[in-house]
Ligand binder design. Structure first.
Ligand SMILES: [Zn+2]
Length: 218
């Protein structure tokens, strides 16, 4: 994949651990991304519970530029306990290294000892302090968690825009702003889903998950 996208932003503390979201705010003026009707008909909005069920951890802070201490990477886009190890069969703290430890979860840093291929499949999520309407659903479809795609997506050559949207959602305090950024996220991913759908690519369901969508029959 492409080079790592670094945002260069100053360190920000924006802890947003929201177990119980407040009621959704009206946001019909928010931009509504669109999918071709024949493709949209194949999917339904996911629930916050479904988003969390696919996640390996909640993100609580935006990326900290240049931070190398694994403890300070917890809950950020650099958290290897969530997204998987950067080095083959090595955890973040150095306690375990080598294929003989495969599939062990480090009791210190929480990283599963496996290959960086895990970074292609492990999703995260962002808990929202305020429920938002699903930008691809109707007024009864609300979300209190936003899915975060695996690291390979936001670390890809085109991933910078994705990472900016995730960062804005994590740090968002304004309901309309969060809804707009999630709608923007869906707008970025819509053409990717259309391609994956039309070519029946193996990533189709993963990309749909990134837009908080599920196959309609499930
Ligand atoms: Zn460790």
């Amino acid at each position: 994949m492409g080079s790592l996208q670094r945002t260069g932003r100053a360190e920000r503390s924006c802890d947003s651990s929201a177990a119980r979201a407040r009621p959704a705010v009206e946001c019909w003026s928010v931009m509504r991304p669109s999918l071709p009707p024949n493709i949209a008909a194949e999917y339904r909005p996911a629930t916050g519970g479904e988003v969390r069920a696919e996640s390996f951890g909640a993100l609580k802070a935006a990326r900290v530029h240049g931070e190398s201490d694994w403890r300070r990477q917890r809950g950020t886009f650099d958290d290897q306990a969530i997204f998987g190890p950067r080095r083959r069969y090595a955890c973040a703290c150095g306690q375990y290294e080598g294929s003989q430890y495969a599939n062990i979860i480090c009791d210190i840093c929480g990283v599963k000892i496996t290959t960086p291929d895990a970074r292609r499949v492990r999703c995260a999520h962002i808990n929202l302090e305020v429920e938002i309407f699903h930008p691809l659903g109707n007024e009864k479809d609300r979300l209190n968690a936003v899915p975060v795609l695996p690291a390979r997506f936001f670390e890809a050559e085109n991933g910078g825009e994705l990472l900016s949207a995730y960062d804005a959602i994590i740090c968002g305090r304004d309901e309309r702003g969060v809804a707009e950024w999630f709608a923007r996220l869906c707008e970025i991913l819509s053409p990717v889903l259309v391609t994956a759908h039309c070519w029946d690519l193996s990533d189709r369901l993963l990309i749909a998950h990134g837009m908080a969508l599920r196959d309609r029959e499930k």
